[in-house]
Design a binder for this molecule. Structure first.
Ligand code: PLP
Length: 445
């Protein structure tokens, strides 16, 4: 224990020993802690009072900004009124209200919402819905899923099986059987420094036809993709690509699932990426911005045809043997309703769209800085890709992250890519501030 034992470095710090942190270099962190103890609007504050401009919105989730007073008030009020109600066979008003309001916002034809507690649970739930749907329709042979290389769909066994990020998969055995993957759409030779959707790459969707020919459509339940892949470093769909996936799925009776855990709630400049790109999938998974990151919650939004297929048999019998103790939790549902109010009252989706050019141009001004090999963006999501240091992948980006943090800006890194997804309330001068901080970090690393 001696080497890894961490002392309480500072009387203001908590004892860091017992917490096994997720997706974190635990030993480095505990030697160099970064503790956030307060947040407001665009800013987070460390335990010792340092102010940090947050251009990741927490972890792509605090889209309305941190600690929005209306969302906080709704959570407090709910906690005093109803802490919890049994989620199976009983209901409470806020969960129904949120489902109605969410489906009104979703693309037309998506009329039902199933609540979960995270993006990972949303993905596993959607995959189970797809399997059960086909079985109910008399096509029980449709058991395969098609994901995409570099896709991120959370960390459940379903999500890592259809996901395409090797570090998240390689330690965990064989996973779900019968999964195949589309090629990813990231191509610097053709698409480097594209502002908005790339022109090149629609044909990559045709690979789905080859995968279908290999396995036969009668064995495939669903295709799952993120419209804009977030965690792999903001990879944009080429123009026409998503429409083509839709057409191919339709031709072969395969369900299309859009994983909008990051994309939804303004991130791409519309309520859902499905609306922005005018392609309606059969199922949408979402989470994060649903409550602006305040209370854990996710949802699967489903087309009527899918819900209706389940509504057979005696009406008092359970139709879908699936759900979580905290599905539609009162605090999360109250936070969700208040968050949707804030998005609509403050026009934040339109705001994201109207800031898109300023945000994109500012990011593209980093072209030409040391080691920048790509800049890409849409809505209020963007990335700057760096040439890796030979033999030391990820190090260059992590160094930039640390320098930005020391200079008062929180960014995110994935591999050697810097990712940005600010709260939708970001102002012009805050865009200028973070871009200049990143520029300086690039020049000094
Ligand atoms: N799906 C996508 C597209 C995501 O980006 C994420 C998280 O970043 C997830 C699923 C998993 O969400 P969670 O971390 O809430 O389980």
């Amino acid at each position: 224990m001696t080497d890894n034992t961490v002392q309480n470095l500072n009387t203001d710090l908590p004892d860091l020993k017992a917490y096994w942190m997720p997706f974190t270099g635990n030993r480095y962190f505990k030697e160099n802690p970064r503790i956030i103890s307060r947040a407001e609007g665009m800013y987070c504050y460390t335990h010792d009072g340092k102010e940090l401009l947050d251009v990741v919105a927490g972890l792509w989730c605090c889209n309305a900004g941190h600690c929005h007073p209306k969302i906080i008030e709704a959570i407090q009020e709910q906690a005093e009124t109803l802490d919890y109600a049994m989620a199976f066979q009983l209901g409470h008003p806020k969960a129904f209200e949120l489902a109605n309001r969410l489906t009104e916002m979703a693309p037309s034809g998506i009329d039902y919402a199933f609540f979960v507690n995270s993006g990972s649970e949303a993905v596993d739930t959607a995959l189970k819905m797809a399997l059960a749907y086909h079985r109910l329709c008399g096509e029980a042979s449709r058991t395969r899923f098609i994901g995409r290389e570099k896709g991120y769909h959370g960390v459940g066994f379903g999500g890592i099986s259809v996901g395409g990020m090797s570090p998240n998969r390689k330690m965990f055995g064989a996973m779900l059987p019968g999964v195949d993957h589309l090629p990813h759409t990231h191509n610097l030779e053709h698409n480097a420094f594209t502002n908005g959707l790339p022109e090149w790459g629609e044909h990559l969707a045709d690979e789905l036809e080859n995968i279908i020919a290999l396995h036969d459509a009668s064995t495939i339940a669903a295709v799952i993709v993120e419209p804009v892949a977030g965690s792999a470093g903001v990879l944009l769909p080429p123009k026409g690509y998503l429409k083509k996936l839709r057409e191919i799925c339709d031709r072969h009776g395969i369900l299309l699932i859009f994983d909008e855990v990051i994309n939804a709630f303004g991130r791409t400049g519309d309520s859902f990426a499905s609306n922005r790109f005018e392609v309606t999938p059969d199922l949408i998974t979402t989470a994060k911005g649903l409550t602006s990151g305040t209370v854990p919650m996710g949802a699967v939004l489903a087309k009527s045809e899918i819900y209706d297929a389940f509504m057979a048999g005696p009406s008092e019998m359970i139709e879908f043997f699936h759900g979580y103790t905290y599905s539609g939790h009162p605090l999360a549902a109250a936070a969700g309703c208040a968050t949707l109010d804030v998005y609509l009252d403050e026009g934040l989706f339109d705001r994201a769209r109207s800031m898109e050019d300023k945000f994109g141009d500012a990011l593209h001004s980093l072209k030409g800085e040391p080691n920048v090999i790509d800049v890409r963006n849409i809505g209020l999501i963007g990335a700057v890709e760096l040439a890796p240091i030979e033999g030391q992948p990820t190090t260059r980006a992590i160094d930039v992250f640390r320098t930005c943090y020391d200079n008062g800006v929180i960014i995110r890194t994935t591999g050697d890519t810097l990712a940005f997804s600010p709260p939708l309330i970001i102002k012009d001068n805050q865009i200028d501030k973070f871009i200049e901080t990143v520029r300086e970090a690039l020049q000094n690393n």
